[in-house]
Design a binder for this molecule. Structure first.
Ligand code: OFO
Length: 168
């Protein structure tokens, strides 16, 4: 059985993951109308992944005798100046999500909720992966700068960062 405090903290994470999904969906849509098909596909896949992260938490909370709450979400940024801004925003957001997961890990240890602590390890690993991908992509964009040909190749190449199970 989950304690009330842990249940609330997990529900907060349900919302955060759902908001991540919305943020990446908005990025996908922006990239699509700007003609960056590769980035759009990458972000659609990221959005799907974040929804899965949220759902996994929903199921865990209910399985442990809590009540997963589906709440109102903050509206995402819908307009961007450049691909660089998109990936800078993603990296910043992923760092923020990692901090939230770390805090969850901390409170589960403090409360001696080892089952939830164990459940969260999957998220810890996932965050390492996502931060690292965002950093790698951003490094590439910094190399390319405003070179149109470079951006075209980048857009073609980004498909290899899409996890195989989410590629459409
Ligand atoms: Fe859910 O991994 Fe990103 O935010």
């Amino acid at each position: 059985m989950l304690s009330k405090a842990i249940e609330t903290a997990l529900n907060n994470q349900v919302r955060l993951e759902a908001e991540s999904s919305q943020i990446y969906l908005a990025m996908a849509s922006w990239a699509e109308i700007k003609g960056f098909e590769g980035v759009a596909n990458f972000m659609y896949a990221q959005s799907d992944e974040e929804r899965e992260h949220s759902l996994k938490l929903v199921k865990y909370i209910n399985e442990r005798g809590g009540h997963a709450i589906v709440s109102e979400l903050k509206g995402p940024q819908t307009d961007y100046k450049s691909l660089k801004e998109i990936f800078e925003t993603q990296l910043k957001h992923e760092i923020f999500v990692s901090e939230s997961i770390n805090e969850l890990v901390r409170i589960t240890l403090e409360a001696k909720d080892y089952a939830t602590h164990n459940f969260l390890q999957w998220y810890v690993a996932e965050q390492i992966e996502e931060e690292s991908t965002a950093r790698t992509i951003l490094d590439k964009l910094n190399l390319i700068g405003n070179d149109k040909g470079g951006l075209y190749l980048f857009d073609n190449d980004i498909v290899r960062f899409i996890a195989p199970d989410t590629a459409k």
